[in-house]
Design a binder for this molecule. Structure first.
Ligand code: SAH
Length: 369
């Protein structure tokens, strides 16, 4: 009896909590005009918006009670109507070379995601996640093995960037670049990703220039088309990873839906639109896509697109039946591309010793957790 009552009570409490959160609006996901409207909607003076922006973005405060220039009543009103997301850092790991730090964040529902901060010359680049897991099931990728758990909200995406920016500013540095290349397929969470990109660009937020933001896709063609419709000139990276449809379908099921020719046509259009180079990523898998023939086919495929190629020797993951090619095979592959005047760089994944290399995020997350 007691047990039934308790269970009933906790169900009530749970529903109450869910309703409260659902009815409250997350401030970090709002544009300034929306924030202004929300504040005005409570009958508060407009200048409160400026105060809120200052607390949220300059002072990094995450509790209304800490907003000391607001009266108790106003703070209560804000608490009743809004939430402030605070990504909880539950792990932070540095590579031995100290040029890469991985942050493990816990989300309000307890799910976990990662961001990776990389120092490269004058650049400070943050690689951010767009989904918890990923539905695309690329066979060589650890995140793909999780399946999709859920999309991230714009606030959850932009807060990774705000955190990275705060982390650097405390050291007298600035975040210069953002790559949407962490967990997930950003174009499958288009609206939230787009909102997050616009938010991270705002002066009072992380202030990342649009041209310093790059989105990486496994090849979601409608999403690439939509990017140009949105008139947002962000950089585009495309994970090509193979040179024939048979090969690509074998490792990336998305290729069944949007085969190479269709993908490259969309990429070409986007390139014409932004007038900037496209990046192609090419994960090198021993005996699968690393032959001299592959290199030549790759040259033919991307020949009429202004691009650079990032060759990424595969980072081992648990349960992956692939092998990283030998150094000789990697060098030969890149040499063939270079002879054809293609700009190709080998990306020895930063952070692979801490499980933060491309595609290793999920497993790293499991071991750190
Ligand atoms: N879904 C997006 C972004 C996430 S993956 C995309 O596919 O582009 C980021 C990059 O890591 C992609 O180029 C992907 O091909 C690469 N990658 C994934 N797993 C990898 C692994 N185990 N080793 C090396 N690169 C990997």
């Amino acid at each position: 009896m007691v047990w039934v009552a308790r269970r009933w009570l906790s169900k009530m409490a749970f529903e109450y909590e869910a309703k409260m959160n659902k009815d409250r609006v997350e401030l970090k996901g709002l544009f300034p005009n929306e924030l202004g409207d929300a504040v005005a909607g409570l009958g508060l003076a407009r200048y409160r918006t400026r105060q809120l922006v200052d607390w949220l973005y300059n002072k990094g405060v995450t509790k209304f009670d800490d907003m000391t220039n607001l009266s108790k009543d106003v703070r209560q009103q804000l608490t009743d109507n809004f939430t402030i997301l605070d990504l909880n850092v539950v792990g932070e790991v540095k590579t031995e070379s100290e040029d890469t730090v991985k942050f493990l964040f816990s989300l309000p529902d307890g799910r976990r995601i990662e961001s990776v901060l990389m120092w490269e010359g004058k650049r400070r680049t943050l690689c951010v996640s767009s989904q918890v897991g990923c539905p695309l099931d690329c066979h060589f990728c650890a995140t793909g093995k999780m399946g999709l758990i859920r999309n991230l909200s714009a606030a959850e995406i932009v807060d990774q960037v705000l955190y990275g920016q705060r982390f650097l500013r405390q050291r007298g540095e600035e975040l210069t670049n953002v790559v949407m290349m962490g967990m997930g397929e950003p174009l499958l969470n288009f609206d939230q990703v787009l909102r997050a990109i616009r938010l991270m660009n705002l002066d009072f937020g992380a202030a990342i220039g649009i041209r310093r933001i790059t989105l990486s896709t496994a090849g979601h063609v409608p999403g690439i088309k939509r990017l140009s419709e949105e008139k947002l000139k962000i950089g585009l990276a495309v994970s090509l990873n193979a040179t024939t449809d048979a090969q690509r379908t074998m490792i990336m099921p998305i290729n069944k839906k949007w085969p190479i020719a269709e993908l490259l046509a969309a990429v070409k259009d986007y390139q014409t639109y932004i007038g900037r180079w496209i990046t192609f990523e090419y994960v090198l898998l021993h005996g699968l896509n690393d032959s001299a023939d592959d290199a030549h086919r790759l040259i033919d495929l991307v020949g009429d697109i202004s691009c650079k190629i990032n060759v990424i020797p595969w980072n081992p993951i648990d349960g992956g039946d692939y092998q990283r090619p030998s150094q000789k095979a990697i060098d030969l592959f890149v040499e063939i591309l270079a002879q054809a005047q293609l700009t190709a760089t080998v990306r020895y994944s930063k952070g692979d010793d801490i499980g933060a290399g491309c595609g290793q995020l999920y497993q790293a997350l499991e071991t750190v957790a």
